[in-house]
Design a protein around this ligand. Sequence first.
Ligand code: ASP
Length: 280
Amino acid sequence: MKIIIHGGFFSESDQSHEVKVAKQNSLKSIAAQAFEYLKSHSAEETVVYVVSLLEDDALFNAGTGSQIQSDGKIRMSASLMNGQNQKFSGVINIENVKNPIQIAQVLMKEDDRVLGGNGAKMYATENGFPDYSTEIPQRRKEYEEKLKNGGKGTVGCVALDQNGKLAAATSTGGKGFEIVGRISDSATVAGNFANEYCAVSCTGVGEDIVSNATAAKIVTRVTDGMKLEEAFGKTFTELKEIDGFAGAIAIDHHGNIFHQDSYPTMVFASYDGDEFEIFD
Ligand code: ASP
């Protein structure tokens, strides 16, 4: 059993020591809870559970604490992929729900598994998810100051369960100040991808991640025989060629854990029951 989680990148305005320590403590505690949960749940159930905890933590830009778009509204995106059956589900630009990743989870049983905008919200309501505002005063303040602080934020989790099955989940409040209708990478196979060999969750500039096809490319390379480290190396070299900004976390079917970023402030934690690795 293995678990790795991320909470996006540090934003320039977030660099204070207190925020860093708060993020470290939160990720450490969530990684420990994740590992405990993984003992009696599948990888798919665990990544949803963990991403829900991250969405509920206002320190991170997903669910509660999401960024506000250019028209003053919050629209969130999240996706889930089960490595075993290769099913992918997601919601794109959903408004007024507490945990977008849980709606992605319910969508797993549908033939139509990725829903956007109003349709996604209608589906959430039909499935018993109440209206919920994920806005916090700090994001409103940033929005009002039109302070595009350059902070990238998303949350993600990759897990390998005791039956050797992999899953990945990713959830985001987006970049902030987006043109209405902009699509994030987080509910695409560029931002979140898994098969039986490898699972990956990304954060960073969605447009760069989509151009680079980051998660799908890393997983494909590992499937074709590359080591995790090589697959990351090649993919991040290609990302650099387009001046891309991204970070990614992964686990392969042997239980190897890996992470890399193009700008060294990705916030992450991993735990294998023995040792924590935490960003510094
Ligand atoms: N990837 C997310 C997006 O572009 C944002 C982020 O990870 O910071 O919507």
